[in-house]
Design a protein around this ligand. Structure first.
Ligand code: AVJ
Length: 320
């Protein structure tokens, strides 16, 4: 089957308004910050795919190992008719689930949702071609905002992989899980991928690779703002920083000004002192008990928890 036309709940102008609001709020704050979702234009999505292949970036390989082993269990336990993927990107690992559901039979519809039109166009076309008989409905949307638009009817399994939930701040995370639960019916399922707390000597290089791909990915947000909002950031004036925050158990990516700069963006002039940081991402790492507790707080019951053989990455199955 060919994929159905993308359903666009996030128009170009909504995206640009969101970016303007985030840039205004983040760059006028005392500690400057930007939300990580703005990394993912076409170039940023490509750079992220490149990151997933780096020797230092273990989460993708570890999560793939879990899914490769457990996909048949997940298909059997959930018996889903509809598989919804939030922040789907290339949906590369999700194919392990689609393969298991195809062997088992019964899955009718796959619904990937992502902010990146380019990533969705490619992934929906390829998946529709490779899984004949599967209805593929791509949704262009923001997983923190479009949860009330998810398709209804039939047992649903929502998958949120890659550890992307770790990019939300704890308060945002609780709000997201509650909204997710509200969007589901009792009996529907959530499959959640989370990177696990481990020695920072393993985590830090995953976010500061030797080849400098993550540094380019980090600086890409400045290129996005220059292009979309006509700003005049000099990306070369910022150094990539990855820093483990032991209190919060998250890794932060920052862009550190290497000289004093004044940046014109919107109607703002934003001054950076040498050494001043712009925080661009947090990526929280989790513990099994914490995941179950957060899920329970949102009205989900965690029924299964699996890791890769090395215990690097966790995948939790939970029921609404
Ligand atoms: C795909 C969003 C989970 O936080 O590890 C990779 C993004 N940032 N390298 C992560 C990312 C830096 C990634 N997520």
């Amino acid at each position: 089957m060919t994929a159905e036309p993308l359903e666009i709940y996030l128009e170009e102008q909504d995206l640009e308004r969101g970016l303007r609001e985030d840039v205004r709020a983040g760059l006028s704050a005392e500690q400057k910050w930007l939300p990580p979702k703005w990394f993912y234009d076409a170039r940023g999505s490509e750079l992220f795919e490149e990151i997933t292949r780096l020797p230092e970036y273990y989460p993708t390989r570890a999560e793939r190992a879990v899914l490769a082993e457990r996909a048949p269990d997940i298909a059997a336990l959930t018996g889903a008719k509809t598989l919804i993927e939030l922040g789907s990107g290339s949906s590369e690992k999700t194919r392990l689930l689609l393969d298991a559901f195809t062997r088992r039979g019964g899955l009718g519809t796959f619904v990937p949702l992502d902010v990146s039109v380019s990533a969705l166009r490619a992934s929906t076309a390829e998946i529709a071609a490779d899984y004949p008989g599967l209805r593929v409905r791509g949704i262009v949307g923001d997983f923190t905002r479009q949860l009330d638009r998810l398709p209804t009817g039939g047992r649903r399994l929502v998958v949120f992989l890659g550890g992307t939930i770790g990019n939300l701040l704890p308060g945002e995370r609780a709000g997201f899980l509650a909204a997710m639960r509200a969007a589901l019916e009792v009996g529907d399922w959530l499959l959640l991928g989370t990177d696990l707390v481990k020695d920072p000597s393993l985590i830090v290089p995953a976010y500061d690779d030797a080849a400098g791909v993550t540094a380019e990915f980090n600086r890409n947000v400045l290129h996005v703002i220059n292009r979309e909002l006509g700003a005049d950031f000099d990306p070369a004036g910022f150094a990539h920083v990855a820093r483990w925050d032991a209190d919060h158990e998250w890794i932060e990516m920052r862009l550190r000004a290497t000289r004093p700069m004044r940046v014109r963006v919107l109607d703002l002039t934003v001054a950076f002192a040498t050494g001043e940081d712009l925080r661009t991402e947090i990526s929280a790492k989790f513990r099994r008990a914490g995941i179950a507790a957060e899920l329970a707080g949102a009205g989900f019951a965690a029924t299964d928890f699996w890791t890769d053989p090395e215990g690097l990455f966790g995948v939790t199955l939970a029921q609404a």
